[in-house]
Design a protein around this ligand. Sequence first.
Ligand SMILES: [Fe+2]
Length: 235
Amino acid sequence: MIDIHSHILPGVDDGPADQDTALAMARMAVKDGITTMIATPHVEGPALAAQDIHDHVSRFNTLLQENDIRLNVVAGAEVAYHADLASLSGYCLHHGPFVLIELPHSHIPKGAGEFLYELKIKGYQPIIAHPERNRDVLTDPQLLLDLLDPHISIQLTAESVTGELGPHIQQCAHYLLRRQAVHFLASDAHGLKNRKPLLAKARKIAAKIIGKKAAAKLVEDNPAAVLNGKPLSCS
Ligand SMILES: [Fe+2]
């Protein structure tokens, strides 16, 4: 499986504070069946330069090899909706057109539709990170569905699907799966206890809702398409 959203780089953002924790997270991911992770540190402005992310990824891959951990990490970012950036170029997932966008947790901003449209016009393919955790979407999922089109996709957090983030969020995640609106399941891993680097359990639950083949698309086919810059298919 390929995990398109993770905070696994040690000491970079609110992920693991040290190398030992990051390595333990990598071992946990490999044991779960994850072969590739896109490291997506939070980006709110130019303080974390795209080149810095690439350098951190390169150093972490060396560390993984030195510790004989068979996980491949590639560079990406989780770009905040309000991020103050001259260009998103460099912050895309593995150099492709896909860009992971984090909307505010509290609401869907009024200009979100226009913002996503502008990204699309510029040639990006926005992926909305974990909308099932957004308070507006929890109240009315249609607000999210109205934002979608063939160039805008959705990533659910694995622990939303498993219920570890609460029943309300789980209900919303399952609703979006049933509506065939979801393109990715990702761990959004931050550590070893909360938002762990795991996908298998969420995949299994998703398979019960949408079928095995459709669930495989969320953790295998579509993430592979992201790595290769190819079109996606829905759940
Ligand atoms: Fe995240």
